[in-house]
Design a protein around this ligand. Structure first.
Ligand code: ADP
Ligand code: MG
Length: 300
């Protein structure tokens, strides 16, 4: 039996039907539902890096569960359970590997728009603002600095590209993909969840600069799916060191991104191995974000 803190880079569950393999998750069919298994893989600049990050899969899974519960009155979501022991079809040996990093969820028809909400000006939002004074064609006040708080959170959708880079689109372009009624519903709900979560996170010393939600159609309902408000789907900044006018240090993957930016990697060829200290610090960042937000520790 593998120790529980083994770094899991891929799964091997031949008796379950594989539904899909993402950059981080491996997804299996279980009856009408899906089992989302978060590995310890890490991706940056749309590449999967060769190393795993200890505890990362568990942090992503248990943090998503935390937020699904906190936002339950704002929206229905896909979570059925994170208790692997409730799933009969999985062998005891595999349960030990999957425990804590797996979510049984309702299988939906995924709505093909990434629902990004930004409360601050960073990343591709800052880039567009510098050039055009807009983010996803939304006009913003003049003279904002990098990392400034926006007057109101904004909805800045992007396409869900099958491969390569997601592309920022305007709200009207999202309407063309989903229809107006659905686009308005996911915009309103995404902003409402961002507001609640970011207010909560601030009480724990974390700024959620921006985050990405995914939504799916389940029967006649629209429900929140995927991972939510994790360091992988969001930019988390420590509030104590927040100072606009530059990019912010963060709890999350930004640390790995900064390392790769400095490494000289061209972002096209296979990505380089991460040095051991970057792996360990990143693992600590994920665990720290989880502990700060939830007040709980991840057990091995
Ligand atoms: N309830 C669900 N039903 C169907 N697909 C889902 C559901 N929740 C998440 N997904 C999909 O599962 C995948 C998650 O795996 P991930 O490794 O995060 O992929 P990606 O590389 O696309 O980010 C995403 O493609 C997401 O759209
Ligand atoms: Mg994903």
């Amino acid at each position: 039996m593998a120790p529980h803190d083994t770094i899991l880079l891929k799964t091997d569950i031949p008796y379950l039907k594989l539904h899909n393999k993402g950059k981080v998750r491996e997804i299996f069919e279980i009856d009408d539902n899906l089992l989302l298994v978060a590995t310890d893989r890490i991706s940056a600049f749309d590449h999967i890096l060769p190393n795993g990050i200890p505890h990362k899969g568990k942090v992503l899974t248990l943090m998503s569960e935390f937020w699904f519960k906190l936002t339950r009155e704002l929206t229905e979501n896909h979570l059925i359970t994170t208790s692997i022991d409730e799933i009969d079809k999985i062998t005891n040996e595999d349960k030990d590997l999957l425990r804590g990093r797996s979510m049984l969820v309702k299988k939906v028809e995924v709505i093909p728009v990434e629902c990004i909400v930004r409360g601050y000006l960073a990343g591709s939002g800052w880039k567009e603002y510098k050039e055009h004074g807009t983010v996803c064609k939304i006009n913003l006040p003049d003279n904002l600095k990098e990392s400034d708080k926006l007057p109101e959170p904004i909805f800045t959708p992007s396409t869900k590209a099958e491969s390569g880079h997601d592309e920022n689109i305007s709200f009207e372009e999202a309407v063309k993909i989903t229809g107006r009624k659905l686009a308005e519903e996911i915009r309103q709900k995404s902003i409402a969840i961002y507001k609640k979560a970011s207010e909560y996170a601030l009480t724990k010393g974390i700024i959620i600069s921006d985050t990405k939600f995914e939504w799916g159609k389940y029967g006649d309902k629209v429900i929140l799916i995927d991972e939510v408000l994790t360091p992988d789907s969001s930019r988390f900044w420590p509030q104590e060191s927040y100072s606009p006018g530059k990019s912010q240090p963060s709890f999350d993957k930004q640390f790995v991104r900064d390392h790769l930016e400095k490494s000289g990697w061209d972002k096209q060829s296979s990505p380089p191995s991460l040095p051991e200290d970057v792996i360990q610090i990143t693992s600590q960042k994920y665990l720290e974000a989880y502990a700060k937000l939830t007040g709980k520790e991840i057990s091995n």
